[in-house]
Write a protein that binds this ligand. Sequence first.
Ligand code: SF4
Length: 452
Amino acid sequence: MKKILLIYAPFCTPASPPFSLTSMFSFLKANYEGEIGVLDLNLEFHKLKFPKYGSFFQDKTAWADYEKISSDYFKESSEVYSKSNLSVVGEINPELFDDLIKQIYDSKPDVVAFSLVYSSQAFYVLSLLKALKGKIKTVIGGPAINEKLSLVADKTLNDEVELLEFISEKNVDKDKLNFDYTTDFKVHNLKEYFTPEIVIPIKTSNSCYYKQCVFCNHHQSSKYVEYPLDLIKKNIEFSKQKYFFLIDDMISVSRLLEFADLVKDLNIRWACQLRPTKDYTNEVLSKLSKAGLKMVIWGVESGNQRILDLIKKGTNVTDVKRVLKDSHDNKIKNVTYIMFGFPSETTEEFLDTINFLKEQTEYVDLVSTSIFGLQSNTIIYNESSRFGINNITTVERTVLEPKITYESTSGLTKKEAIKMRDNYKKTIDKINKYPKGMNYFREHMLVFSNKD
Ligand code: SF4
C-alpha cells in the first residue's frame, strides 16, 4: 500500500487548520488501508518565520496592542510573501524552501497530494512540484489549481474518490465507500495555529444555492450539495472545541435555522457569511444568536440600489439596513463586505455606499472593502457587453491564470475607484469597532466577539 502525504502549502493566514486537507484525510482514513500523513506547510512556514507573532496571536490578553502588532505583521508578511513569489517567477526557490521540503522527504511518502484553496498558494506549490518531479509522485487538486501547475504535477484530480483510485491503483465502487465518518481535526497540532482559541472550520454545503451574483465565480459549474446536518453535529461534538467558522459560500435561512436548532444546546460560538436578505427577520436573528451565532460577514457590496440590482445581489438597501440593525440588536457582530468600482458605478453611487456606511455606523463592527476585478467564468465576463464592458484583454502570467483587464463605457475607472477608496479610508476606519487586521484574521474577531 502506498503512503500518501497530504499537503497544505504557503501562503495564507495560519489561523485555523485547513478544512480541505482535513476532510480529505478523514475520507481516506475511512476508506484507504495504506498510511496517510498530513502536513500543513503553511503553518510550518509561519512558525519558522514569525514565531513572535505566533505567540502574540495566541495570547488571549493581546487585545490592547492588537491594532499595532497585526498591522506590523501584515506589512512584514506581505513583503515576505511577495519576495518569495517573485523568486518563484524567477525560477529561484522561495524562502524556507529547504526546511519545508525536508519535512516532506522526512515523512518518506510514495505520493504527495497538494490541496490548493487560494491562488496565493500556487507559487510555493509550483516550486515544490518541480523539486519533487521524478522523485515522488505528485497530485494536485482544489479550487485554485491552474494549467501551469497541472503541467508539472503527475496528476490533477477532481475529488477525493479520484485520489483514492489513484493511490489504490484501481477503480473503486462508489456505492461501497464509507461517507459516514467524522472529520478529524485532531490530526493537526491545533494549539500551534495563530489564534487565542482554536477555531474549527466547518462546511455544511458545497457551492452556493443562489449563484446569481454576476461578479462571482464561486463554483458556477459545481452542483449545490447540502451535507447531512446530523453528521456536522457529530463533527462538532467530536472536535470538543468551542469556536466554529462555517465556511460555506452561502447558506439559506431555512438551512441555517435547522443548523441552529441542532447546535443550540452545545454551548458553541460560531460565525458565517450571508446575504442580507429580508428573510433575516429579528425573530430569525434572535434564534440564531441564541444558538451561538456571534458574527456574520454580510455580502452588502453597495449602498446603491441600481448597483445592487446590476450585480443581481437579490437584496434591497432598506432591508439591508434593517437586517444590520436587528443583527446588532441581537448581539451579533456585523462585518460588511463592500465592493467599490463595479463597472458603470458613478462618483455619486460610490458616495451612496460611503453615506450608507456612515448612517449604519452604530450597527457595523468592521468594514471589509474590495475593488471590482473582472474574472473569467462569471456572468459579467460572459455577458460583458450587457454591462458596458469592452476591450477585454488577457495577459499571460508565469504562475497564475492570465490577468484580465477591461474598459468600461461609463462610470469610475478602476484607478479612480481605488483613489476614492483611499480618500475615504479615514471615514471607513472611524466606523470600525474592531482592528482592521481582523479582516484577515476573522477567527480572531469571532474569539473576541464578546468584547464590548
Ligand atoms: S457572491 Fe455569494 S451569494 Fe453571490 S453567487 Fe457568489 S457565493 Fe453565492
